[in-house]
Design a protein around this ligand. Structure first.
Ligand SMILES: NC(=O)c1ccc[n+]([C@@H]2O[C@H](COP(=O)([O-])OP(=O)(O)OC[C@H]3O[C@@H](n4cnc5c(N)ncnc54)[C@H](OP(=O)(O)O)[C@@H]3O)[C@@H](O)[C@H]2O)c1
Length: 268
């Protein structure tokens, strides 16, 4: 039975979620629909069965539109973002192959912010990563990282960590482009995200754990890894950053000199 959304505060507002069929994005779409938003979700192939779970979500029939868009196709993003009040930019490759990673992450993110600027959306929430924060060999192991920390690009390159490299350049450029174009940007930097899957396929962070359960990983890295649950740890903070468009900002958000710009590290 369709839910009566007439009393929900977000009813009538439209939000775009890029890479809607992905692990984190599917949860964001679900929560946005539950709150009464209309959602335009970008996917590369709306007909692909791997995206069909989105159409099953409560409220999807009435308020979810799947738009075909690629991060490197500006016009497709522009069409999806046009008419939206906000954008959640989660789409990204998750790989250490430099050719597959860097250009879509960096230019794709710039494209999203430019399209959001053209469409005059109220806010862009970008899912960055802890990978843009912690990769710095010159920082001592006891230092607590926070929003002021950045990964060292040379170190990422030398260690062939192209995921962290791509996400770091993407985030740095995102701040730059947003500032130049007056876009209200919020960045969320999650650690490794786990939790129930809405989508029928496994994503990279689930594979990270699965490989130990299936035995395909024979050794454990001698290092520390932080984890966060997809729901309270990542999807809800994304929601709060959208809601905080209209209300006061929490003290964890840092305001940049141009006004309403903040970066949030999401931890366990
Ligand atoms: N999962 C984690 O532990 C974690 C931690 C920190 C940050 N993050 C960030 O969170 C975001 C989502 O991660 P996730 O784990 O949910 O990943 P995911 O399930 O693999 O979803 C990524 C999505 O990005 C889309 N995508 C990739 N390249 C694209 C392109 N060129 N054009 C359009 N769409 C493209 C994919 O679409 P297709 O289905 O068409 O391939 C997919 O839907 C990413 O930005 C990631 O860097 C994730």
């Amino acid at each position: 039975m369709p839910v009566d959304i007439s009393s929900l505060p977000c009813q009538g507002q439209t939000v775009c979620v890029t890479g809607a069929g992905g692990f984190i994005a599917s949860w964001i779409v679900k929560l946005l629909l539950e709150k009464g938003y209309s959602v335009k979700g970008t996917v590369r192939n709306p007909a692909d069965p791997k995206n069909s779970h989105l159409r099953e979500l409560e409220g999807a029939q009435e308020r979810l539109t799947l738009c075909k868009a690629d991060l490197l196709d500006y016009e497709s993003l522009k069409e999806a973002i046009q008419g939206c009040d906000g954008v959640f930019h989660t789409a990204s490759p998750l790989t250490d192959d430099p050719e597959q990673m860097v250009e879509p992450a960096v230019n794709g993110t710039k494209n999203v912010i430019m399209a959001a600027s053209e469409a005059k959306v109220r806010r862009v929430v970008f899912t960055s990563s802890i990978g843009t924060v912690y990769m710095d060999p010159n920082r001592g192991p006891d230092v607590v990282v926070d929003e002021s920390c950045w990964s060292d690009l040379e170190f990422c390159k030398n260690t062939k960590n192209w995921y962290c490299y791509g996400k770091t350049v993407a985030e740095q450029d995102a701040w730059d482009v947003a500032k130049k174009n007056g876009v209200d940007l919020v960045v969320v930097n999650p650690v490794l995200v786990l939790g129930p899957l809405l989508q029928p396929t496994v994503n990279a962070s689930i594979v990270h754990i699965l490989k130990y359960l299936t035995g395909s990983a024979k050794t454990y890295a001698n290092s520390v890894q932080a984890y966060v649950h997809v729901l309270p740890g990542v999807s809800h903070p994304h929601q709060q950053t959208e809601r905080s468009c209209q209300c006061e900002l929490s003290p964890r958000h840092e305001l940049a000199d141009s006004g309403c710009q903040h970066r949030t590290v999401s931890v366990v």
